[in-house]
Design a protein around this ligand. Structure first.
Ligand SMILES: [Zn+2]
Length: 79
């Protein structure tokens, strides 16, 4: 089960498309694939068990460290 570390952004760029997900608890989304995305700041699993390419251009607010991560690259380096 690959885990992809997300890229933390300092703020949500206004000129980029993308949905901002936030929730009080992680993971924010759970699917039926085999790829998980973890916070680039604290390592909390933000998106669990999705298929490759499912999550593109999503900003995710980490409920643990409050960092905003950008998930936009299905070809990101696998850890
Ligand atoms: Zn975090």
């Amino acid at each position: 089960m690959p885990v992809i570390k997300t890229k933390v952004v300092t703020e949500r760029p206004k000129n980029r498309a993308g949905t901002l997900l936030s929730a009080e608890t992680a993971p924010l989304l759970r699917g039926d694939g085999d790829i998980s995305h973890e916070c680039g700041g604290c390592g909390t699993v933000l998106i669990a068990d999705v298929a490759e390419g499912d999550i593109i251009s999503f900003y995710v607010l980490c409920p643990q460290c409050r960092a905003i991560s950008l998930i936009d690259n299905p070809g990101a380096k696998l850890l």
